[in-house]
Every structure is written in structure tokens, then in C-alpha cells.
Write a protein that binds this ligand. Structure first.
Ligand code: ASP
Length: 326
């Protein structure tokens, strides 16, 4: 819809404080209810439609995002930039902290306090668990975690859940198998915590040394979700509606010989996919380093490229929500 000034409008969504996203930090998926998630998905749908129709809007014109990355990133950093720019805002990109005052020894709280003088919202990726929550305590502007070490990656969890919903039309009733590095994979931690809000059956497939941390496993049990743990993908592949494959997180290993032992533990090939359901979604947060064979990419069930596109719509929705525009 275009108004009298020729400005693109978000159809059907007016500023809404009911969900109280306005001014809120996003540091863990545990802060979201099912209602919150439905709302974010609805806004993400609107964002997708808007981008497909006209590419961009001026909803966040005059707003600035501080994009602060202490760890490497391709998809998360560029999709936050694209999200902000498609909403008419602009970005301070700090992606090589070695070129910022961090290399002079500046603390995270001081860097955050600096950035918030110039920006309206801060996105932070940091190698330490809990860094985003700490940053949020110091910042008066909203802080959105883009991953904190081996802890969580909440916006990835949201886009993963949104992808499951977009691909299969439901979340309740699904059997979701998460495969690979469940110990260090922060995206798994966020997605598992979101899935426990739904009537799902969960399978955690990992070699012994990469099993899901006890604490998160306990959260699944407390939520009453049926959980199956195994190291054999063949036990679950034919029954799963979603197979969520992850990279073994080399950078988290103290002993690289351990990494070498497990790095090629699971490889999804066309032969593996032949055992999967006809209607299912194969997902991966990416980057992949051998866990899914390139020959699988043309399989219509391979959802990982659609999944990364969804990241931009989810991040558009979150930015608009924490800045009080939807
Ligand atoms: N890109 C995801 C993350 O930052 C997954 C990965 O790196 O394996 O956690």
C-alpha cells in the first residue's frame, strides 16, 4: 500500500505496544511466549510480502543500528544490515573489532555505552556466554544478541522456527531431529528451547562427546516433551519431519584431535535423503563444512537457502518491533 506521500506502508500492522516488544532486549529465546512468536511470524510474513512487492520502505528512516561483531559472521551480520536498510534505516558496522578501540583494551560495557550514543539499537555477537545479557544491563537502548559463544543465538532460533512453520505449515505435531554438534551449537540451544513451547517430539542425534548439555535436556524434560537421544541418524531419518543438521564447531574445541574424530560423523547425501519422508524439511543454520552434500541442494526438501532468506524477514520484524514501529 502506498500513502499520499508515495511512502510504502506495512499493510495491516500499526504501531502496537500490546506485545511490549518496544524498547526490549532480545538475549534469549526463553523470553518469548507462543503469542509473541505468532506475532513476530505475522510481521515477518508482512516483511516478506513487502520486500517481494517493492523491496524497501521508510519505516525506520532516521534510525541507526550499531552492528557489533566480535566473532566472524556472514549471514547474521549481512542480514541485519539488509534488514535495517530495507526498512529505511542505516547501520554502523563494526565487524573487525581489531580495528576498533576494543584492540586498545576497551571493555564491552564501555564499547556498548559508546555505540548507544550514536545508535538506536545494538546487535551484538560475542564469544562469551552471557555477553549480550551483560551488554543489555549497561545499555539503555535495545540490545539484540547475534550469538553469544556456545550459549544461544536467539534470532537464528526464531528464523529456524519460522522456517519450520513456513515449510510445513505447523509446528505442533512435528518430530524434529537435531543432528551434529549439540553441545557447542548455540543455534540448537535456541531452537530446542523454542520447540519445547510446542507439542513436538524431539530427537537429539550426536556423538557421545557432542551431546546436548544436561541443563537444556532437563528443560525439555520439564516441559514434558518426548525426547530421544542417539548417535545414529538412521534411527530417526525415516520418521522425522524436520532434520536440522549442524556444523561441528571447530573453534570451540580445546583439543583439535577430538574435533578430528567427530568432524565427519554425519554427512547427508542423496542416499540418506532417500530414506527421509517425502514431505519434510532439511535445515542447516550454515555455514556447512561437509555435513550436507552439494548434490542434496536440488532436493525440494532442502530448505537451508530459504531458511537463510527468512533470516532477513525475521530480523526486519524484530528491528521494527523493538523500535516500536509494529
Ligand atoms: N552461523 C551459526 C552460528 O553463528 C552456525 C555456525 O556457525 O555453525 O552459530
Amino acid at each position: 500500500m502506498v500513502d499520499n506521500n508515495g511512502t510504502q506502508k506495512i499493510v495491516g500492522l500499526a504501531p502496537n505496544r500490546e506485545h511490549s516488544f518496544y524498547g526490549r532486549d532480545v538475549v534469549s529465546v526463553n523470553q518469548f511466549s507462543r503469542d509473541d512468536l505468532s506475532y513476530i511470524f505475522k510481521v515477518a510474513d508482512e516483511m516478506r510480502a513487502l520486500v517481494r512487492r517493492v523491496g524497501a520502505t521508510d519505516l525506520l528512516k532516521g534510525h541507526i543500528l550499531g552492528n557489533l561483531f566480535y566473532e566472524p559472521s556472514t549471514r547474521t551480520s549481512s542480514s541485519f544490515i539488509a534488514a535495517m536498510e530495507r526498512l529505511g534505516g542505516s547501520v554502523i558496522p563494526i565487524h573487525g573489532v581489531q580495528y576498533s578501540s576494543v584492540s586498545k583494551g576497551e571493555s564491552l560495557p564501555d564499547t556498548i555505552r559508546t555505540l548507544e550514543c550514536y545508535a538506536d539499537v545494538i546487535v551484538l555477537r560475542h564469544p562469551e556466554v552471557g555477553a549480550s545479557a551483560m551488554a543489555a544491563r549497561y545499555a539503555s537502548k535495545p540490545v539484540i544478541s547475534a550469538g553469544d559463544g556456545t550459549g544461544e543465538h536467539p534470532t537464528q532460533g526464531l528464523l529456524d522456527l519460522y522456517t519450520i512453520y513456513s515449510e510445513l505449515g505447523t509446528i505442533d505435531g512435528l518430530h524434529v531431529a537435531m543432528v551434529g554438534d549439540l553441545k557447542y551449537g548455540r543455534t540448537v540451544h535456541s531452537l530446542a528451547r523454542l520447540l519445547k513451547l510446542y507439542d513436538t517430539e524431539l530427537s537429539f542425534v550426536a556423538p557421545e562427546i557432542l551431546r546436548l548439555p544436561q541443563g537444556i535436556r532437563g528443560e525439555m524434560d520439564e516441559a514434558g516433551r518426548p525426547v530421544h537421544e542417539t548417535d545414529k541418524l538412521e534411527e530417526v531419518i525415516s520418521d522425522a519431519d524436520v532434520v536440522y543438521v549442524t556444523r561441528v564447531q571447530k573453534e570451540r574445541f580445546a583439543d583439535l584431535t577430538e574435533y578430528e574424530q567427530v568432524k565427519d560423523y554425519y554427512v547427508v547425501t542423496p542416499q540418506v535423503m532417500a530414506q527421509a519422508k517425502e514431505r519434510m524439511a532439511l535445515m542447516h543454520p550454515l555455514p556447512r563444512v561437509g555435513e550436507i552434500h552439494y548434490d542434496v541442494d536440488s532436493d525440494p526438501r532442502a530448505a537451508y537457502f530459504r531458511q537463510m532468506e527468512n533470516g532477513m524477514y525475521i530480523r526486519m520484524a524484530l528491528l521494527a518491533a523493538v523500535l516500536g514501529k509494529v
